[in-house]
Design a protein around this ligand. Structure first.
Ligand code: NAD
Ligand code: TDX
Length: 372
């Protein structure tokens, strides 16, 4: 088992990163080290999601009394900014990177691909190169007790027909600017492993859902639109299929890889839980209606079939037998349970939602950190 001390979490203010930090610090997954969250706070990052963590574990690294006990530090900045990333490695003596930071929404990548190439490709390159230099031994080799874990997606494998699954050996066939950028970053990670000996692992996960997800993605968007009586936009015929995994199950898999995964290996993570979008929406309508006292028939009446997403991948389905077999991971949260927890979270976190939807939160970021 690896002993991880100073973990740099990139994108720790985003959906999966926030959940990762909560899980690691609050559920004591045999972790006693420090977390350094490096995040640019784009529209998708939210420092408020970690206010409780900041309070309980936070500290200022320059404050001598804070340094001894604090286990959580926030560094605002861009992964493309080499000098900044180098300074963070040196300041905290980083020995582990778990790289979540990315532009993550497919629809935005179609409207404006540039930010995706910058962050997902150039940002990943910058991090890899800084890690390679920082972890270099005097003889030019790279220390092997460090780790760079890269978070990727099942979308790099392309689109499936009615049958079959993505395995770790499935050739890459990305079809959106988002997945092309992620595929590119995956190749860079493996290239740094093979060429320079960088100790790296990689995971490709299916669609996540759970608390703190930005309400542009299918599940939170639909929950909030139902509560606000807005139309529920379904792309195309609604029969595209995604494999859904609860965010905590994904993060436990990431942690298992970080502790026990073999460097140079990639691991698929999935929920073994395929749903047509329209059937998922039907289930969600039942749960939300019951909890919020809405009439499900009326809510169903607000479903609006809209123009399809260009190049919309038809089906994703992950074969995750490798991580189950080799690292003993398995999904713990059923879809019913996970959806119920998610709906409960969106019903009780109105302040978080309102600050995002009203634009107040971005104004706060600009006041505190300046415009990006
Ligand atoms: P998200 O969009 O919710 O969060 C991304 C975070 O990265 C934000 O906090 C944002 O501020 C930060 N960020 C963006 N650009 C940055 C930059 N240049 N420098 C520093 N920080 C920057 O994304 P998410 O859903 O939490 O996804 C996290 C990772 O997991 C991504 O790499 C994504 O590709 C991958 N992934 C996501 C899913 C999913 O269903 N959400 C599934 C599989 C893999
Ligand atoms: O309004 C909508 N209507 C709709 O029908 C939205 C936002 C989505 N959809 C469809 C498109 C997809 O078939 O629902 C499905 C899920 O869409 P998204 O939530 O946008 O996710 P997806 O495109 O599948 O990508 C997600 O999973 C893989 C994440 O956003 C990626 O970051 C991750 O890599």
């Amino acid at each position: 088992m690896r002993t991880l001390k100073n973990i740099l979490v990139t994108g720790g203010a985003g959906f999966i990163g926030v959940n990762f930090i909560h899980t690691l610090l609050e559920k004591s997954l045999e972790f006693t080290g420090r977390i350094i969250n490096l995040d640019a706070l784009t529209y998708a990052g939210n420092a408020a999601s970690l206010a409780d963590i900041e309070k309980q574990f936070g500290g200022n690294p320059t404050d001598k009394t804070g340094l001894s006990k604090a286990r959580y530090f926030f560094e605002h900045g861009d992964i493309c900014d080499r000098a900044f990333v180098e300074s963070v490695f040196a300041k905290y003596d980083i020995d582990t990177v778990v790289h979540f930071a990315a532009e993550s929404h497919v629809d935005r990548s179609i409207l404006g691909p540039e930010a995706f190439i910058k962050t997902n490709v150039m940002g990943t390159f910058t991090l890899l190169d800084v890690a390679r230099n920082y972890w270099k031994n005097t003889d030019g080799t790279i220390r092997q007790d460090a780790l760079f874990h890269h978070i990727s997606t099942d979308e790099v494998y392309g689109s499936l027909g009615d049958t079959g699954y993505f395995t770790e050996g499935t050739p890459y066939d990305p079809r959106s600017p988002y997945s092309a950028g992620k595929a590119s970053s995956d190749h860079l990670v493996m290239a740094y492993h093979h060429t320079y000996g960088l100790p790296a692992t990689l995971s490709n996960c299916s669609n996540n859902y759970g608390p703190y997800q930005f309400p542009e993605k299918l599940i939170p968007l639909m929950i909030l639109n139902m509560l606000e009586g807005k139309p529920l936009p379904v792309y195309g015929d609604g029969k595209n299929i995604r494999d859904w995994v609860y965010v905590e199950d994904h993060n436990r898999a990431v942690w298992a890889i970080m502790q026990h995964g073999v460097t140079g290996e990639k691991y698929n993570i999935g929920g073994e839980n395929e749903w047509e979008n329209i059937k998922l929406l039907d289930t969600l309508i039942n749960i939300v209606s019951k909890k919020a006292g809405l009439d499900p028939a009326k809510v169903r009446g607000t479903i609006a079939y809209v123009k399809d997403r260009p190049g919309h991948d038809r089906r994703y389905a992950i074969d995750c037998s490798k991580i189950k077999r080799e690292l003993g991971w398995k999904r713990e949260v059923s879809f019913e349970e996970g959806l119920t927890r998610t709906v409960d979270w969106y019903l009780s976190n109105t302040e978080w939602i309102n600050s995002i939807r009203s634009g107040e939160y971005q104004k706060w970021v600009e006041r505190n950190y300046g415009k990006r």
